[in-house]
Design a protein around this ligand. Structure first.
Ligand code: GLU
Length: 479
């Protein structure tokens, strides 16, 4: 049997991180078994539908490098066929037309509320003949759900889950306006697409019982279900915006690498011993449903950062360059690849920068000093450090730099030490901090001694002179 999985998001305008994990698991499971991974857009809600929202999903999938097989399936496009299946179910005696008026349904609802029963429809049209149909009511089609006994789903994650059939309504599969309901469309699509395994959030477990009724009624094989516990936030509540970013594009924008995101999402609910770093090749080799956790995993931002730090540190410089070039263009309007000075300087500190950057954005911000041009601004922290009586220290550095032929990491460090002993009770930090603030406009950069070496004597003198003048004239510019 060829394994076929699917990812069927509703285009809501953003791709939730939980959906991304579902997509990843389905992709890994299919690829692990040499099967197919299909993408279907559940676009039947036309009031909310937009091509843009579909685009967001495709972008998310492409960024995460989860490639799907064949064309993207539109659920909406299959609506006529879904409606046909509803009518076929009537012909087979597995479904029936229901002519209840809204008032009758309201009465039934109230009665069910009073009696405290979970299903409300009293199945009155299940046995009535169509000749009794009232005038002017367009019927819906309802499935004949089993009345006695129980329905069991052998879920690969949740285990064997049983519900009593009397809790399952004769639910609607075709609305009175002729449109199929979600419950029907999902089953028909999954059947037509040959889906063998459904891995999805456990918020769909209740749907599985109803979907099984349709599979059985059509005489179709029910796919294997694996309902994944939902992702929780660090405080144990359902992962939502109040915890932080919840959509895939936000993580992309914050500078996470797709491979780090895949690794993190994989571990968020699946384990392989104590392994934390699991590159995709390994994930493809090892992924199985059995090792999916049964309880909800908590989203851990610090862990995601540490995984991203690992992937950045282990990426090649060429790869990172490609990844940061658009970010530089966006944030600093610089085409780094055609900027020889930048490329040369970056080459001298990339290893250092990448060894500790948590995100690509951090890498970009820490490398930005390489191409600052006068007059540049100072971030809040740098501004405060410089404003806090740093002029004497900067002047002393300036004078000593002037007397050197060429700056090196070591001679800048020595120079700072001597300035520290003259003006700062020997505290190197009291010299290095204003120097960093002055040369970079920030408080983040590679080692400032190395940074000064990379910038070179002339540029260091120019930047120091710019800052000293600004300070004297009280014109230091805050970013
Ligand atoms: N469209 C559903 C969702 O986005 C998925 C339904 C399913 O996996 O069966 O949650």
């Amino acid at each position: 049997m060829t394994v076929v999985t699917r990812f069927p998001p509703s285009p809501t305008g953003f791709m939730h991180i939980g959906n991304a994990r579902t997509a990843l698991y389905n992709w890994l499971f299919a690829r692990h078994h040499g099967g197919k991974f299909l993408l279907r857009i559940e676009d039947t809600d036309r009031t909310r539908h937009s091509e843009e929202a579909v685009g967001v999903i495709m972008e998310g999938m492409k960024w995460l490098e989860l490639d799907w097989d064949g064309d993207v399936v539109s659920q909406f496009a299959g609506r006529e066929h879904h409606a046909d299946i509803a009518r076929q179910l009537v012909e087979k005696g597995q479904a029936y037309y229901c002519y209840c008026s809204p008032e009758e349904l309201e009465d039934m609802r109230n009665k069910a509320k009073e009696e405290g029963t979970s299903s409300f429809y009293d199945r009155r049209w299940r046995t009535r003949d169509i000749s009794e149909a009232p005038e002017g009511i367009k019927p819906v089609i309802r499935i004949k759900a089993p009345i006695d006994g129980a329905t069991t789903i052998e879920d690969k994650v949740q285990g064997s889950v049983t519900v009593k059939n009397d809790t399952l309504d004769d639910f609607i599969i075709l609305r009175s306006d002729g449109t199929p309901t979600y419950m029907l469309s999902v089953v028909v699509d999954d059947h037509d697409m040959g889906v063998t395994h459904i891995l999805r959030g456990d918020d769909h477990l209740n749907n599985a019982f109803r979907q099984k009724i349709i599979y059985d009624a059509m005489g179709w094989d029910t796919p294997v279900f694996a309902h994944l516990p939902l992702i929780h936030g660090p405080d144990g509540g359902k992962f939502s915006k109040r915890h932080g970013a919840t959509s895939v594009d936000e993580y992309k924008d914050m500078g996470y690498l797709p491979e780090a995101m895949r690794n993190y999402l994989l571990r968020l609910g699946w384990s392989h011993g104590d392994d934390e770093i699991i590159p995709t090749e390994k994930a493809l080799e090892w992924f199985n449903i059995e090792s999916i956790g049964k309880s909800p995993a908590r989203f851990d931002f610090a862990k995601l950062d540490s995984i991203n730090t690992h992937y950045i540190a282990h990426s090649t410089n060429e790869y990172l360059l490609d990844a940061i070039a658009p970010l530089f263009a966006d944030k600093y309007q610089i085409d780094i690849k055609t900027n020889d000075t930048f490329m040369h300087r970056l080459g001298a500190c990339m290893d250092e920068l990448k060894s500790r950057a948590k995100t690509l954005n951090q890498l970009v911000d820490e490398a930005a000093f390489l191409v600052k041009s006068i007059p540049y601004d100072f971030d809040e922290k740098a501004f405060n450090i410089l404003s806090d009586g740093s002029i004497q220290v900067l002047e002393a550095i300036y004078n000593q730099v002037q007397s050197l032929d060429k700056l090196t990491n070591d001679n800048v460090q020595e120079l700072c030490k001597s300035v520290a002993s003259d003006f700062a009770d020997g505290k190197l930090g009291k010299v290095a901090m204003p120097l960093r603030a002055a040369l970079t406009g920030t408080t983040v950069s590679p080692s400032i001694f190395h940074a000064a070496e990379i910038l070179g004597k002339d540029e260091v003198l120019e930047r120091l002179s710019y800052v000293m003048h600004s300070l004297k004239e009280e014109k230091l510019k805050k970013a």
